[in-house]
Design a protein around this ligand. Structure first.
Ligand code: CP
Length: 289
């Protein structure tokens, strides 16, 4: 909640009022996996705050290709940077980086595990749209097994008075260890969206995460599991909103973009003030060494 409140403050500031917040600080962006929104909104946030950027968006040009471990990469970068932002395909990689680093580490997505800064911008977006984070019914649809944005957001929403509806093919259900974090009376699971659409305040859609499937044939079976079109939204509440962390593949029809329900472009824009807020708060964390 402190970060959300700070994000609102950052959004209200004149650019000149925040342009020195990270002056003299170096922020490392270590992206071992592709990204458009997370990396570029972090880069924008650092530049808006007057910080310096180092890092890579493709580990192929680094000594990792010579066999260097993640631990040694982090122990190197912590000597060059004040804050480390990492996206990595392995679950738990960001936690490992935080354990070996004396500098703050931000998880920008660790495999199919978590994506906490996405969750903060998702919460910020819901709060801005509804003026509250309580008394809401939020549906999640798609690849709930591998989607780290869903894992993080559903965990975060379990702290609020929010009913959560999980809609997916049976093969892609939300992992049980995450379902257990939510009060049983606030969880609903379904393989059909139609009975829920008229009851939801928010539908959070995700793509089927092709890169996480071990067996390509398993992906082929579920890749077209659902597609949301404008016609399907004829009976939704007037305040209903459709969210998506993006990128999308086929699951959201482009005709939805011009409806009042589409919140996903505002959602991604909120990545900048939220990430500015995170970096501003972390600026004052002292070197634990
Ligand atoms: N939402 C999100 O993480 O998008 P990118 O993969 O483009 O960063």
């Amino acid at each position: 909640m402190r970060i959300l409140s700070k994000a609102s403050e950052m959004e209200g500031l004149d650019p000149r009022e925040k342009s020195d917040i990270l002056r003299g600080k170096t922020i490392a962006l270590l992206f071992f996996e592709p990204s458009t929104r997370t990396r570029l909104s972090f880069e924008s946030a650092v530049q808006n705050l007057g910080g310096k950027l180092i890092g890579f968006s493709n580990s192929g040009g680094t000594s990792i290709t010579k066999g260097e471990s993640l631990i040694d990469t982090i122990k190197t970068i912590e000597r060059y940077a004040d804050i480390i932002i990492i996206r990595h395909p392995l679950m738990g990689s960001a936690r490992l980086a935080a354990q070996v680093s004396k500098k703050p580490v931000i998880n920008a997505g660790d495999g199919a595990n978590q994506h906490p800064t996405q969750t903060l911008l998702d919460l910020y977006t819901i709060q801005k749209s509804f003026n509250r984070l309580e008394r809401l019914k939020v549906g999640f649809i798609g690849d709930l097994k591998y989607s780290r944005t869903v894992h993080s957001l559903s965990t975060a929403l379990s702290h609020f008075d929010v009913e959560q509806v999980f809609i997916s093919p049976p093969e892609l259900r939300l992992p049980e260890y995450i379902v257990k974090r939510i009060s049983p009376e606030k969880v609903f699971e379904s393989d059909s969206i139609f009975q829920w659409l008229g009851k939801l305040d928010v539908l959070y859609a995700t793509r089927i995460q092709r890169e996480r499937f071990v067996d390509p044939l398993e992906y082929e079976k579920v890749k077209n599991a659902y597609r949301i079109t404008k016609g399907m939204l004829s009976d939704v509440k007037p305040t209903f909103r459709l969210m998506h962390p993006l990128p999308r593949v086929d699951e959201l029809s482009y005709e939805l973009d011009s409806t009042p329900y589409a919140l996903y472009f505002d959602q991604l824009a909120n990545g900048i003030p939220v990430r500015e807020a995170i970096l501003t708060i972390l600026r004052d964390v002292k070197d634990e060494g």
